[in-house]
Structures are given as C-alpha cells and as structure tokens.
Design a protein around this ligand. Structure first.
Ligand SMILES: C[S@@+](CC[C@H](N)C(=O)[O-])C[C@H]1O[C@@H](n2cnc3c(N)ncnc32)[C@H](O)[C@@H]1O
Length: 261
C-alpha cells in the first residue's frame, strides 16, 4: 500500500522516493537512519522489520503519538485555525511545558504551516497563490493513514552513528538521507557537521548490511564516498510553489542496484 507522508520536510524525498524504492535489494530489516518525513517508508511496501530514526525529538514524539494516541492527537485540532497568531503562539510555547500529545499537535501545526517546511527557525508560510498546506478538514484522514502505516514500525530518537551500529546485520537495508553537503546546519546547530560525512563513510564502509545513501552531487560528496558505487539521478524541487529547479543528486550504494531487488 503506497502512501504519502503526512509531513512536508526540508530535503524530503517525495520526488526521489520511487527511484530509491526500485533500487532496493531483498532485505529483512529496513532502517531509515535520518527519517525526517520518511517519504520512502510511507511509499514503499512493508518489510518484515522496520525502524525509523531521527535526532529531532519533537518529530519522533509526533510519530509515537500518531502511532499510539491517534484520536487524542486529532482532537487537539478541533478548534484550531490556520493563522499567523496561532503559529506565533505555538512558536513561543516551550515544548517541555506541554504533554506529549500537545507537543505532537504543536509540532505538526508548525511543520505544516512553516515556509518551505523549514522547522529550524520556522516562519509562517502564506501566499496569495495557494491554500495552506495544513488542511484542518483532512487531519483525521491524513493522520489515520500514518497511524496504520506506523503500527508495526519501531521509532528511534538517536544520533545516526548509534543507529547504524545497533541495527547492522547482513539482512539489514539502511536508507541514509543526511543533510545535504553544504546544508549541514539546516535542521539545527551542531546536529550534523561537515566532519560527520567522513564518519558516516567509515561506518558505512564497515557495514555488514546494505545501504542506499542519497546526497547532492558535489565534489565533496564524490570524494568522501569514492569507495562506493555512485549513481547520478535527477529530480525537480521547489520551495513553496516557486519555480521547480532541476537538481543533481546521487544515490550511493554498497551493492549493484537492480530494478525491484
Ligand atoms: C534530509 S532530512 C531527511 C528527509 C527524509 N528522507 C524525508 O523524505 O523527509 C535529514 C534529517 O536528518 C536529521 N538529522 C540531522 N542530524 C542528525 C543526526 N546526527 N542523527 C540523526 N538524524 C539527524 C534531521 O533532523 C532531518 O530530519
């Protein structure tokens, strides 16, 4: 059952997901190390064991609450409006002053309403040319689909290196989607640094399982991951309705990708 992620996310792979999925080899355990909006998980067929991980604890709390407390999360949106005042109020409210369910609703509201799906230092997204991304009439439907898809998915909230080491075995397929080269700070200061690309390459080099890594096609990326198979792919991206730009990306693997395994 192929689905959509309920979230828009900076660097989200909604347009690249199909190309990634068709290159997946057979596997038992599927692990998304940098899950974000988890577009690949939501679009791909279910694997025997599935894990999504992200260092952003507001995001992983949202997934956990949608998985375990769907009705309560949906209820939070009952009297809400899409309005700059509400956006600013959520932004001012410290997450640790809220219950987990309130935190999940706050985060979903901010992520859906921010310009360009930027969750680090977000600003209210509004345009004369498009309806708001947060459709309050469809919250229950969108989150119910996500609830069903997440029912048997493990949700982790750890740094990438711990997850790569913890779940590595011969039957594991990692999908690895770190911040783009040159955009290391896009998700918050100090979460991922330029040096982490080399650490990632070393961990992937020692991997017993298989991996698909997606990144932007830059000299630094090609140099750092030169020991693996690097395949250029093309996709088109836009930020909040602006003209779509063609960007060069690469899929990096430690196996020869076939069509659908
Ligand atoms: C490019 S986005 C992933 C997009 C995702 N594939 C999608 O389709 O939405 C990168 C993600 O890595 C997470 N991240 C950044 N540093 C991390 C770290 N050190 N460990 C784990 N996750 C990290 C960010 O919070 C962000 O959600």
């Amino acid at each position: 059952m192929t689905q959509k992620s309920p979230l828009a996310w900076l660097g989200g792979k909604s347009r690249l997901a199909d190309q990634i999925i068709e290159r997946m080899p057979p596997h038992e355990t599927y692990c998304e190390v940098f899950a974000g909006a988890a577009w690949v998980l939501f679009k791909k067929p279910e694997s025997k064991v599935e894990i999504i991980n992200d260092i952003n604890s507001e995001l992983t709390n949202l997934y956990r609450c949608v998985k375990h407390h769907l009705a309560e999360v949906v209820l939070q949106f009952r009297w809400m409006l899409v309005a700059r005042d509400d956006f600013d109020r959520f932004l001012r409210t410290p997450a640790d002053s809220l219950t987990d369910i309130q935190r999940a609703a706050r985060f979903f509201y901010l992520a859906k309403s921010s310009f360009g799906a930027k969750i680090h230092k977000p600003t209210f997204g509004i345009a004369a040319t498009g309806a708001p991304r947060l459709n309050l009439l469809r919250i229950e439907e969108e989150l119910s689909d996500a609830h069903a898809r997440l029912a048997r998915v493990f949700i982790e909230n750890r740094p990438f290196d711990q997850v790569l080491q913890r779940f590595d075995r011969p039957g594991t397929l990692f999908y690895v989607d770190p911040p783009y080269w040159g955009c290391e700070k896009d998700y918050g200061e100090g979460l991922f640094t330029r040096d982490d690309f080399a650490r990632l390459a070393a961990l992937l080099g020692a991997c017993k399982g298989k991996f698909i890594l997606s990144l932007n096609d830059t000299t630094g990326v090609r140099e750092t991951f030169r020991d693996f198979r690097i395949e250029p792919v093309k996709t088109r991206y836009s930020i909040s309705g602006t003209a779509k730009q063609e960007v060069g990306e690469v899929l990096i693997t430690n196996f020869k990708p076939g069509r659908s395994g």
